[in-house]
Design a protein around this ligand. Structure first.
Ligand code: URA
Ligand code: CA
Length: 430
């Protein structure tokens, strides 16, 4: 171990065997935290080559169980977002892609902190559950082309252990470490192909485009080196996506998007990501063609039909799609007015996410119970002009006193005297 540390410290390249030794030893407990900490810090400063990063990824994949999806017909494409606020894309993408006959075998998690989890959002549908056996999961995907299961088993224990150590050694923010961490989880969950949505902006992990680009390129490189077709986009997180933040509220927004009447930014991002998924699955020759077909299944109702079938297959009530009154509603709806005026120039997404969490929409710790009905609906986004006293958002709450949440939302909005330039939704394709 000391030789490996010295080699990396001096900027030399580690072999696959050395990297595997390190990850296996650390997972098993024969390599102590202090040596792994030193290793992570050398990586932070020296970086890793593409080959080293791929070896690290595969060593983490092999540290635990892997999900075997070979009994599912077709190319299994997964999508991953590096974390956004109000990001409802999975709920829309999955039925959209499935409606074109491409299998979506999705393993999802619950939300932690101010970003939401797909499973929590799905549980806003009465009766819906994700506790299905592996066999049932495979069966459902073959039948309906879509199923979502909760995270189970001992996937990538090396990543869990290393991630905790990174957290306390100031080594989270290293591109090869982030890239290998994300990719190892997708690969262990059985993906043949992966579409990545790297977020950039005030509400994202990556604050500038150069860093987001480096992360996107590193992940695409890993995928291609280990035989998983991978592509990525960089998308904007200088404001939350769509208007709704909160579990049931986002479910409604997802259904509206599947009906062709969702927010423009959310619909566009879904079409871009879904086109890439279709392309990687080999379902279409060009992205333009895929996009055409995806718009078609929104317009002819097939995407919504796939969504209803999916809800029903996992115990959910599919009639909620046509009747939102069957979804839980918070007791109070409180309007938030501005005390400023001007053009909205930015909406700090983290702050809106925190506001929703304070209402009970998100977990402060893994054990927290959440309230599916609460959250925030924005009425104004970047570029909109606002006079003092205009309503910028509505709070959906089960608590009457929301003064702190009101402040938080007001402070999340930034204004400028002039109309800001249009920010592109997509900053790059890889
Ligand atoms: N998300 C992950 O899964 N891993 C990281 O290292 C960073 C973000
Ligand atoms: Ca949203």
């Amino acid at each position: 171990m000391v030789d490996i540390l010295a080699k990396k410290r001096d900027g030399k390249v580690l072999s696959d065997e050395e990297i595997r030794f390190l990850v296996e030893g650390y997972t098993a407990g024969s390599i102590p935290d202090y040596q792994m900490s030193a290793f992570l810090m050398t990586v932070y400063f020296q970086g890793m080559t593409a080959k080293e990063t791929a070896a690290l990824t595969m060593a983490m994949v092999e540290s635990g169980d892997t999900i075997d999806l070979k009994d599912i017909n077709g190319v299994k494409v997964d999508k991953h977002s590096t974390g956004g606020v109000g990001d409802t894309t999975t709920l829309i993408l999955a039925p959209l892609v499935a409606a074109l006959g491409i299998p979506v075998a999705k393993m999802s998690g619950r939300g932690l902190g101010h970003t939401g989890g797909t499973i929590d959002k799905l549980e806003s549908i009465p009766g819906f559950h994700v506790e299905i056996s592996e066999q049932k999961f495979v069966e459902l995907v073959n039948q309906n082309k879509i199923a979502v299961v909760g995270q189970s088993g001992n996937l990538t224990p090396a990543d869990k252990k290393i991630y905790s150590l990174r957290d306390v050694t100031a080594t989270v923010n290293s591109i090869p470490l982030i890239a290998s961490s994300i990719m190892s989880k997708k690969i262990a969950a059985g993906a043949d192909a992966i579409v990545l949505d790297v977020k950039v902006g005030s509400g994202a992990f990556m604050k500038n485009i150069a860093d987001a680009k480096a992360l996107a390129e590193t992940m695409v490189d890993i995928g291609n080196q280990v035989g998983r077709k991978t592509s990525a986009i960089i998308s904007d997180m200088n404001q939350p996506l769509g208007f709704a933040i909160g579990n049931t509220l986002e479910m409604k927004e997802a259904i509206e998007t599947l009906q062709g009447k969702g927010p423009e930014d959310l619909q566009e991002l879904c079409l871009v990501l879904a086109s890439k998924m279709v392309l990687l699955a080999g379902g279409m020759e060009t992205e333009a063609k895929a996009r055409e077909r995806l718009i078609e299944v929104i317009e002819n109702g097939k995407a919504l039909e796939a969504f209803k079938q999916f809800l029903k297959a996992q115990g959910g009530d599919p009639t909620v799609v046509d009747d939102f009154d069957k979804l839980a509603e918070a007791k109070y709806q409180i309007k938030v007015k501005t005390v400023e005026h001007g053009f909205v120039s930015e909406i700090i997404a983290d702050e809106i996410g925190m506001a929703a969490m304070m209402l009970g929409a998100g977990r402060e710790t893994k054990e927290s119970k959440i309230d599916l009905s609460v959250g925030v609906v924005l009425h104004k986004k970047i570029g909109d002009h606002i006079e003092k006293g205009n309503i910028i958002a509505t709070i959906h709450s089960n608590k009457e006193d929301v003064s702190e949440v009101v402040n938080r939302i007001q402070n999340a909005y930034r204004f400028s005297g002039e109309k800001p330039e249009d920010v592109p939704l997509i900053h790059g394709y890889f």
